[in-house]
Design a protein around this ligand. Structure first.
Ligand SMILES: C[S@@+](CC[C@H](N)C(=O)[O-])C[C@H]1O[C@@H](n2cnc3c(N)ncnc32)[C@H](O)[C@@H]1O
Length: 353
């Protein structure tokens, strides 16, 4: 089987060790290296030819689990490039270990949810295919909104896939299959194809598990017939981190209302300021815990309010957690500013968000 040159450090005993579960922490941590994509710091869309060091047809796999399918497929097609997405840290660690162990050079992985990744990381018509093997089925009706292959996903894929590009779904779940078919038909741009899957599809970790339980496995291809000619925009790197300058005095925490939670609604998002807390030993520095909930992404943030030498107070986003600066994240700074105005009597001198 043809192999590309190894990526990153040579495989060693630690890298060869199997990943563990939470009780047995995995010995292989995600480390900077060629296979790991620090996507939050990348310009959007990612320049994949730079990331792979060559131009080749680009394929995406969502929810690669332990990465066995991704690696197998990449080894079988050394002239194509593969990007894998996962939300599970343990899965990312396992896949990275496998990539090092198998010395595969044409795979990159990122820890990021599919919806935000599909929009931000890929250029219009930059992908040949999207593989989704055994997605979480979310079987309860009230949880359907968590399913991946819903209409918004098909719509975004119609922008990011090439004409004739494919979404390939494997599932053990007939209701999910029917659901995805209905969503694709409702989108109207896909042809539904029945096809025998490559052997590796029904040999993923979950495929083997479901087969062992005697469940029938299904495979469905959605071929993009009419690619979208409008493209959801990518986020641009902001020139400055959002911030504001206020004048006023921090109150004694005891004087603040006990339930000062604040919720701000935006078009497709909302911001929740959960609480503010004075930093230990620092009367003039407060931290606010904020959730920003957007259609494609939920982020937990810290916003800091801190007195400067000039006497005024700066309110700004902390870099903690490497936040992605979306419009609603700017709203997080706004919400904290409004919180300080309302509950602590601050006045706003300047807003930069
Ligand atoms: C049932 S497992 C299947 C794993 C693997 N494809 C297999 O067949 O063995 C579903 C995987 O999808 C991942 N996942 C769930 N939602 C995701 C999302 N929005 N983006 C990326 N991965 C996701 C989960 O962490 C999990 O590893």
């Amino acid at each position: 089987m043809a192999r590309l040159p190894a990526s990153g450090a040579p495989a060693d005993a630690a890298a060869d060790a199997p990943g563990g579960d939470l009780a047995t922490p995995p010995r292989v941590a995600p480390e900077p290296g060629r296979a790991w994509v620090a996507w939050r710091r990348a310009p959007f869309p990612v320049d994949w030819s730079k990331a792979f060091g060559r131009s080749a047809p680009l394929h995406l796999e969502v929810g690669f689990g332990d990465g066995r399918f991704t690696v197998r497929r990449a080894l079988e097609a050394p002239h194509e490039d593969y990007v894998g997405l996962e939300v599970s840290t343990v899965s990312v660690q396992r896949a990275l270990a496998r990539i090092r162990r198998e010395r595969v050079g044409n795979v990159r992985v990122a820890k990021v949810g599919a919806a935000v990744a599909l929009r931000q990381l890929f250029a219009p018509h930059g992908l040949q295919s999207i593989t989704v093997n055994f997605p979480d089925p979310w079987p309860k009706e009230r949880h359907e909104r968590h399913r991946l292959l819903r209409r918004p996903f098909f719509a975004m894929a119609a922008s990011r896939l090439v004409a004739g590009g494919e979404i390939r779904l494997a599932t053990d779940h007939p209701e999910y299959l029917a659901f995805a078919r209905d969503e694709a038909r409702a989108d109207g741009r896909y042809e539904l194809l029945e096809r025998v899957p490559p052997t590796a599809v029904f040999e993923t970790k979950y495929a083997l598990k479901w087969r062992e339980q005697g469940k029938p496995l299904h495979y469905q291809v959605f071929r993009l017939e009419r690619p979208s000619d409008t493209h959801p925009a990518h986020l641009e790197a902001p020139a400055t981190m959002p911030h504001a300058f206020l004048t006023g005095t921090f109150p004694d925490p005891d004087q603040l209302p006990s339930d000062a939670k604040r919720v701000e609604a935006y078009a497709d998002a909302h911001v929740i300021v959960h609480e503010g807390a004075q930093v230990l030993g620092g009367r003039d520095r407060w931290l606010f815990r904020v959730t920003v909930d957007e259609t494609e992404l939920t982020q937990q943030l810290l916003v800091v309010a801190q007195r400067r030498e000039s006497g005024e107070v700066i309110v700004r986003l902390e870099r903690f957690g490497d936040p992605l600066i979306t419009p609603a994240v700017r709203g997080a700074v706004h919400a904290v500013v409004e919180w300080l105005v309302e509950h602590a009597g601050f006045a706003v001198r300047e807003r930069n968000y």
